[in-house]
Design a protein around this ligand. Structure first.
Ligand code: FAD
Length: 414
């Protein structure tokens, strides 16, 4: 069997894999991506955050993505019982991007993969990693094509961006359960003919349906809107029948959406995803690094997935380049701790969301404009800005703020 040789093997051609491959390729190393599926392929995760623009810029992808005319996104709107809280990224504490996109991922991911291929990185589609053997930091990876024919790739370093495939954690038993409870999503793409009557397309809408159950509404520029319900698996048990029947019943039960999406056409049979939160012991090892969803995926509510995927890949790519250049890298300090800073900030916000703490803050009519800007920066993905007290003190600041709002409202009523 022939063994192909590269400096860096990247597993997965999603945002994580392509951003990493582009940056390492630009540094002059030979890179190859192996991707299990044929693109375009469906994946969920359509609302991006401004912070990912920095990684997309360094990877050289922004021009190609802009040319596709995806829906521009300027903020996020939260809705509950007729109350509205709008966050506009232009009005944020941290200096940075105030715009990003809402994207059908099949098209977006294909754009990134085609662009990295044009830059000179070969992408082998329908090529699945089945085994990896490490010899120190060098490795030999076995891949299989769709006919099941194996071949081997020798690499000096592996970047695992295999997303839900979790290649290295599964092969080397690094997976650990997440500390978040299991959740379920039921979603579809809809032909959104009544959009203009109800919503601005240039932001996503998050509707609080019931305590712990929420809905995403993500309009695309092609007239399709992504619509998904998320909650604990128990909540969905009261809805019976096909996924289409269940989603139609859920839409009818939500006053904010029922008129707009009544009898709406679904582009595909509504789909279900469950128990997606996962994590691993370590995001790196001798000769490999995990990036994107393989590291830790929390929850869809604040659209953190693609941002964490691209930012982790951007950072990892630079550390891989330094390693290949013979420099010593402190992976724990320079990678794991950095990434956990961002992940843990989002984790505090996800937990505060499901507890209802963020409801208290978002829907108060006493929001302090300066604090709103600080929270807006987190919602824009600037979760590494330690000058922002709502990043630095993410574990306590939201609870303190909600308590203050509750007390002020109580006093106001007396
Ligand atoms: C319900 C839900 C809603 C979400 N909504 C959002 C959102 O609005 N915004 C957001 O940013 N994120 C969202 N996410 C998260 C988002 O889906 C992921 O974070 C994002 O896709 C991660 O990108 P990635 O590049 O790490 O992985 P992926 O995009 O999953 O790419 C990984 C690639 O690796 C390939 N692969 C897998 N196994 C192998 C193998 N053995 N060999 C070769 N290739 C392999 C796969 O085919 C795939 O193409 C959501 C997640 C869920 C569950």
């Amino acid at each position: 069997m022939n063994t192909e040789k590269v400096d860096v093997l990247v597993i997965g051609a999603g945002p994580a894999g392509t951003v990493a491959a582009s940056i390492v390729n630009k540094a002059g190393f030979s890179v190859k991506i192996v991707e299990k599926q044929r693109f375009p392929r469906f994946v969920i995760g359509e609302s991006l955050l401004p912070r990912c623009m920095e990684a997309l810029t360094e990877a050289g992808f922004v021009e190609a993505v802009t040319e596709k005319g995806f829906q521009e996104k300027y903020g996020a709107k939260f809705v509950k019982n007729g109350m509205i809280c709008d966050y506009l990224f232009a009005d944020q504490f941290t200096e940075g991007w105030n715009q990003t996109w809402q994207v059908p991922r099949a098209e977006f991911d294909k754009t990134l993969a085609d662009t990295v291929e044009k830059m000179g990185v070969p992408v082998s589609y329908e090529t699945t990693v089945t085994d990896i053997v490490f010899n120190g930091s060098d490795s030999v990876t076995t891949v299989e094509d769709v006919q099941g024919n194996p071949s081997k790739i020798a690499a000096r370093f592996i970047i695992d961006g295999s997303g839900y495939g979790r290649v290295i954690p599964r092969l080397f038993k690094l997976d650990r359960p997440s500390n978040l409870p299991p959740r379920k999503a039921l979603f579809a793409h809809t032909v959104d003919l009544k959009r203009s009557l109800v919503d601005e397309p240039n932001r996503i809408t998050i509707v609080v349906h019931k305590p712990g159950v929420w809905i995403w509404v993500i309009p695309f520029s092609n007239g399709i809107t992504s619509l998904g319900f998320v909650g604990n698996p128990e909540f969905f048990k009261q809805y019976e029948g096909s996924t289409e029947e269940q989603l139609r019943a859920l839409i009818a039960a939500e006053p904010y959406l029922s008129e707009r999406f009544k009898d709406v056409e679904f582009v595909f049979e509504p789909r279900v995803l469950e128990s997606w939160s996962s994590t691993t012991d370590k995001f790196y090892g001798d000769g490999f690094v995990l990036t994107g969803n393989v590291t830790e995926f929390l929850d869809p509510v604040f659209s953190s997935g693609v941002t964490l995927a691209t930012v982790s890949s951007q950072l990892a790519a630079h550390l891989v380049i330094r390693t290949l250049n013979g420099e010593t890298v402190d992976w724990n300090k320079e990678y794991m701790e950095q990434m956990m800073q961002g992940v843990n900030t989002f984790r505090s916000y996800v937990m505060a969301w499901y507890e209802g703490t963020l409801d208290t803050i978002f829907f108060s009519d006493r929001q302090d404009p300066q604090i709103k800007k600080m929270i807006c920066s987190v919602l824009a993905g600037y979760v590494w800005d330690l000058n922002n007290p709502y990043v630095k003190n993410h574990g306590t600041a939201l609870h303190k703020l909600a308590r203050t709002i509750e007390l002020t409202e109580l006093v106001g009523k007396m």
